[in-house]
Design a binder for this molecule. Structure first.
Ligand code: HEC
Length: 162
């Protein structure tokens, strides 16, 4: 490592910025952001999924599963049409949450996600079309939590399979 890079490394670690392999970035004028490093260390086909977005989406999915459960729950006195509207809205939200972390046909930094997220998206779409049809069919929506089990052990939101 050249003296210049060593200096940058020291400065960067002093300010608490993640510093990884700035040599590949070429002319280094200051600290290197994690995104800049990724832009040269991962191929273009690679979709990097930020941890924060992953966690947000997962909690949104968890909320969706809970809301579906509440909507189907025996204690809910909902008119059929209201229940249908509610289920469709929840499924739409779960679909958006999944799309935010989806990388169809691409490599990601999360091997688990690469394998199973397409499947979750398909399951949500199937649940939605069944819930939208007349007569309404909620069975796929009720079974949706099992789609979480392709990545989670024990229950939705349980420890991840790796
Ligand atoms: C494609 C794989 C995959 C599927 C399918 C999946 N998850 Fe996850 N989930 C993950 C991964 C990976 C993490 C860990 C994120 C991390 O690294 O912290 C996670 C984390 C979570 C978390 C914890 C978030 C946190 O604060 O760390 C919850 C809650 C969760 N998932 C709920 C769900 C629910 C509910 C479903 C089904 C609707 C679901 N997940 C389906 C991969 C998946």
């Amino acid at each position: 490592m050249s003296r210049r890079l060593a200096t940058v490394a020291v400065v960067c670690s002093l300010v608490g910025t993640a510093f990884i392999g700035s040599a590949v970035v070429g002319s280094v004028t200051g600290c290197v952001t994690a995104a800049q490093v990724r832009s040269v260390t991962y191929p273009a086909s690679f979709q990097y999924i930020p941890q924060e977005r992953l966690t947000d989406s997962m909690w949104r999915l968890a909320r969706g599963v809970q809301d579906l459960d509440d909507t189907f729950g025996a204690s809910t006195e909902l008119a059929d049409a209201d229940r249908q509207t509610r289920v469709l809205a929840i499924l739409d939200d779960m679909s958006i949450a999944t799309a935010a972390i989806s990388a169809p046909g691409q490599n990601t930094n999360h091997p688990t996600i690469e394998l199973n997220l397409d499947r979750l998206q398909v399951d949500i779409a199937l649940a939605r079309s069944a819930a939208a049809q007349t007569p309404v069919d909620f069975a796929p929506a009720r079974q949706l939590p099992t789609a979480c089990l392709s990545c989670h052990v024990g229950g939705p939101g349980g420890p991840q399979r790796h």
